[in-house]
Design a protein around this ligand. Structure first.
Ligand code: ARG
Length: 445
């Protein structure tokens, strides 16, 4: 077969340059396993409609298995005429099976086929990303348990604010990734819709039962409207957005690895295997992976913007612009998948300097809120208490007052502040235990 699948009404073949500029096979060949699964499911709908025999379906199944194995071995040939994965599969089926292959596209369009393939791809991708997010949460909670009682400074405005526990800090990042996991679950559910049977945009005259395809593909939900089914890419937007937000969360943790590992902070150390050197400065130990995770979040935001922009103002139903969606979906998923794995390994490898953290937690009058709150507990209005504690800070800083005489309880050190913050979601050790348990419960689903 050397002509395009749509050649019938054309008197000459496509210009090679047009084919080169419009083909998508280099990108969408990744959909092959899903295109084969969708094709096998469609074949069964054709059988149910009396348009294909059981023998022909068995042959199609056999060739589908062969094609998948050949692709996995790197042996699958892409012919110059193959515009996309769908035309490749149809050409191969037809070349290998004759009429059984030539019958496969009845009642089907590449419009509903690509919409189905991409949904199936996104369903698997979202499931993997939900799992990787939960793996990261598991790791962070394990490290939080390990450092439940370690004390560090908590920051606002990147100025020392109040003492917190390192376990509490790790749970804070864990909570964001736990929400990412839930978002990936939702993106997975949004992708799990059966759309084969929509045809090009308006359905088919051939009496195909779309529920046959849905059952075959394990999809509970059927499309409602054929025109919407071929043009809807909401599921892809939801997945790419979840990737972008997860990338942003990763970048915030990555940023703290970068600054906390600097000599200015000296709060943590990355082992040699997770550090990089400088080609010129022999002394350097750089946190390149954390920097790249921070930097790659830019791409996730870009892919989300690109996909939404692609869809904006696009008329119903299918437009070839939609072919461009896959570039962004694949890039967004690949990127965040690699970053989630990298971050888990990085956070496993990080060595916290708990002495440096405890020392920093006790500096910068991080006890001041505790003193103000102790005045409040004795009945003083908070604004007065704030002023009194503020004056005490100024007096101690200028050397006019002595901390041990004025606020002897502060001499106990920052661990006391941590212990006292027993409020809901607070940094006291028992509360951190609850947070670890809650995050873990969210992971076991
Ligand atoms: N390669 C196309 C895509 O990814 C497949 C659908 C093409 N449909 C069409 N009518 N030209 O969107």
């Amino acid at each position: 077969m050397s002509e395009a699948i749509w050649a019938g009404r054309f008197s000459e073949g496509p210009h090679p340059d047009m084919l080169r500029l419009t083909r998508s096979i280099e990108i969408d060949i990744r959909l092959l396993p899903y295109d084969l699964a969708a094709t096998q499911a469609h074949a069964r709908a054709l059988v149910a409609a009396g348009l294909l025999s059981e023998n022909e379906v068995a042959e199609i199944d056999r060739v589908a298995d062969d094609l998948l194995a050949e692709w996995e071995r790197g042996d699958l040939r892409i012919a110059p005429i193959d515009e996309d994965v769908h035309s490749l599969v149809e050409r191969e089926l037809t070349e290998r099976l004759g009429d059984a292959g030539a019958r496969i596209h009845a009642g089907r369009s590449r419009n509903d086929l690509v919409a189905q393939d991409l949904r199936l791809w996104c369903r698997d991708a979202a499931g993997r990303l939900a799992g990787l997010s939960r793996d990261l949460v598991e790791l962070l909670t394990a490290r939080a348990e390990e450092h439940r009682d370690a004390v560090m400074p908590g920051y606002t405005h990147l100025q020392r604010a109040q003492p917190i526990s390192l376990g509490f800090y790790l749970c804070a990042h864990g909570a964001a990734f736990a929400r990412d996991a839930v978002r990936f679950d939702a993106a997975r559910a949004a992708s799990a819709v059966s759309v084969l049977g929509a045809g090009a945009l308006a359905g088919t005259t051939l009496g195909l039962d779309p529920s046959v395809v849905a059952d075959q593909l394990g999809l509970q939900h059927l499309f409602v409207n054929a025109m919407d089914a071929v043009s809807d890419r909401d599921f892809a937007c939801e997945l790419v957005h979840a990737c972008a937000l997860c990338g942003v969360h990763l970048s915030r943790l990555a940023e703290e690895i970068v600054i906390f590992s600097s000599s200015e902070f000296g709060f943590l150390r990355l082992p040699d295997a997770w550090s990089t050197g400088s080609s010129m400065m022999p002394q350097k130990r750089n946190p390149d992976l954390a920097e790249l995770i921070r930097g790659r979040a830019a791409g996730g935001i870009g892919d989300t913007t690109a996909l939404l922009t692609l869809l904006k103002g696009l008329p119903l139903a299918y437009d070839r612009d939609l072919q461009e969606d896959k570039v962004h979906v694949f890039a967004a998923v690949d990127r965040v998948e690699a970053c989630l794995q990298g971050m888990r390994q990085l956070m496993e490898a990080v060595v916290f300097d708990t002495d440096a953290l405890a020392l920093a937690a006790g500096q910068g009058a991080t006890w001041a809120t505790d003193v103000a709150e102790s005045y409040v507990a004795q009945g003083m209005p908070f604004r007065h208490a704030h002023r009194a504690a503020g004056s005490l800070v100024a007096a101690i800083e200028s050397g006019a007052a002595d901390i041990a005489t004025e606020v002897p309880e502060v001499a106990e050190g920052p661990a006391r502040s941590v212990r006292l913050r027993t409020s809901h979601g607070g940094t006291a050790p028992d509360r951190v235990d609850q947070q670890i348990a809650a995050l873990r419960a969210g992971c076991r689903r």
